[in-house]
Ligand binder design. Sequence first.
Ligand code: C2E
Ligand code: MG
Ligand code: MG
Ligand code: MG
Length: 277
Amino acid sequence: EVKGSGRGAACRFVPGMQARAEERRGLERDLAQALDRGELSLAFQPIVEASDERIVGFEALLRWTHPRLGNVPPAKFVPVAEDTGQIGRIGDWVLREACAWAARWPDDIIVSVNLSALQFDDANLPRTIRRALADNRLAASRLELEITESVFLKDRPATTAVIARLKALGVRFALDDFGTGYSSLGYLRKAEFSRIKIDRSFVQRAATDAGESTAIIQAIVSLATSLGMATTAEGTETRAEFEACRALGCGQIQGYLFGRPMPPEDATALVALKVAA
Ligand code: C2E
Ligand code: MG
Ligand code: MG
Ligand code: MG
């Protein structure tokens, strides 16, 4: 007899689903006002060069401080924003805010911004990005856009065209979370990415497993190199992981080892100090 497989278990399941649906409706409702109420902010996580551990950029990561729930992680609210169509407005804000901060950093520090696949449905995306750059007098070469393969899942002919237009401006693209999800090497041809970000699941096993993750990272780096793309190892928490990734040829490293996502003021102070030194 399998415990909990009876009628009672099925009945008990229902209230849980209701609670989840209610929580979800609450998040949808609250998120609709979050931007206007100033509850959204960006955190910036340093990205360092593997060879000398110098900061070369920051990834902008969205934060929501809910008045009652506190910090709601993006893994929880970004999907809500996508399903309700709010990601358009929020995504535009992220782009403008990230560019405004980057404009205060030294010229050789870039900013990396995550784009949702749905933002490619907006025909105004290239214009929004041009404006965010122009309004802040930020060179296009200082903006990198991170997208995942999910961008290509729904075969919108517009997507590759939009990417091409943005690339013509000088904006660069990185393929995020590579090695997870729907990875298909075919996607690498769809857009000429400047960079592949190796998912942290490989990075974090590289120092400990029997060599499978090492082999995968090695293959990704070799693939990237032969296609003229750079690599970043994501989620590097320990020295051992860092050393392993550097030895495997990853050009850039990002992870708690070099810094957690931090308030914009702290990130700005960090690179200001580097310049003064
Ligand atoms: P992502 O783009 O892959 O971002 C990296 C995530 O890994 C971040 O989580 C970051 O805090 C976390 N991370 C960095 N280093 C380490 C480490 O050493 N160890 C561990 N355990 N984690 C590390 P976060 O901020 O919770 O964001 C999660 C995801 O939410 C992002 O994954 C991205 O897909 C999405 N996201 C965040 N901000 C935005 C945004 O502005 N727009 C969109 N569309 N998505 C966003
Ligand atoms: Mg990212
Ligand atoms: Mg990632
Ligand atoms: Mg991710």
